[in-house]
Design a protein around this ligand. Structure first.
Ligand code: 1GP
Length: 254
């Protein structure tokens, strides 16, 4: 099984290079808006596309993956909400274990169901410790997964959870306040978690402005995930991409 995406993310993290990931929710795009978004991602050197969501209510999942794969070469990784959210045409899948929760179905159950199909596919499996963080309102992800998010003001709980996830062998850690969150993950939490783990750290949920993106990156996010904010204000993609490009250039790595 290929580990191309993981090794790239790990190498970038080791060098301090930030990665910009754009989340495409198949329920929120149509063919033309998806092409527009994908073209903007290509033009602005977005390094990773995530496709999925905790609840998919349309039949767009497979057609959108196909459309993206036909139109660009940016690695496309499934961000599943369920074991049914699989498509062998993608490049990889975040194999999420919801370690902030105590619902066995999202810790291991869905994975057992998906495993035989994943084994037959060529998808790169990215074992990911997924931590839902309270954002001030109930999110679809928390509701659907029937789990309690980690309190916003408890960075140490998140840090211990992330460390345990890494010790269990999870290769990526994802701090997520949930799609469209009112409050993004706090800088204190991002900073503490990033100091406690070696795994690349994804941060997302409610990052809908350049200052919020900068805060997350400055605090230690290795992979910045943005979805809603970009759908609502496409210019934001350019601003964030420019910021990330500038800080990566400043590292002066040849
Ligand atoms: C949600 O982290 C992702 O799971 C992205 O969140 O859509 O709020 O950017 P937004």
């Amino acid at each position: 099984m290929s580990q191309k995406i993981y090794h790239k993310l790990l190498d970038r993290k080791k060098l301090g290079i930030k990665t910009f990931a754009v989340l495409i929710d198949p329920d929120k795009v149509n063919e033309s808006s998806c092409i527009k978004l994908v073209n903007a991602c290509i033009e602005n050197h977005v390094e990773l596309l995530l496709v999925g969501g905790s609840l998919l209510t349309t039949n767009n999942f497979h057609p959108i993956i196909q459309l993206i794969k036909h139109n660009c070469q940016i690695p496309l990784v499934i961000f599943p909400g369920h074991s049914m959210h699989l498509d062998p045409k993608a490049d990889g899948i975040l194999f999420l274990s919801l370690i902030s929760g105590r619902n066995p179905d999202f810790l291991i159950g869905q994975h057992v169901v998906a495993a035989p199909m994943l084994k037959k596919s060529n998808l790169e499996i990215l074992p990911t410790g997924y931590l839902l963080i309270d954002s001030g309102k109930n999110t679809t992800a928390a509701y659907i997964s029937n789990t309690t998010p980690i309190p916003h003001n408890k960075p140490s709980v998140a840090a211990c959870t992330a460390m345990a996830g890494e010790m269990l062998g999870l290769k990526l850690i994802y701090l997520d306040a949930g799609s469209g969150a009112k409050r993004q993950v706090s800088t204190k939490m991002i900073s503490l978690v990033s100091k406690c783990i070696d795994a690349p750290l994804l941060v997302g949920g409610g990052i809908n402005s350049l200052p919020k993106a900068v805060q997350a990156l400055d605090s230690g996010a290795d992979i910045l995930v943005m979805g809603n904010g970009i759908e609502k204000e496409p210019g934001l993609l350019i601003d964030v991409a420019e910021n990330i490009f500038a800080r990566n250039q400043a590292l002066n790595i040849h």
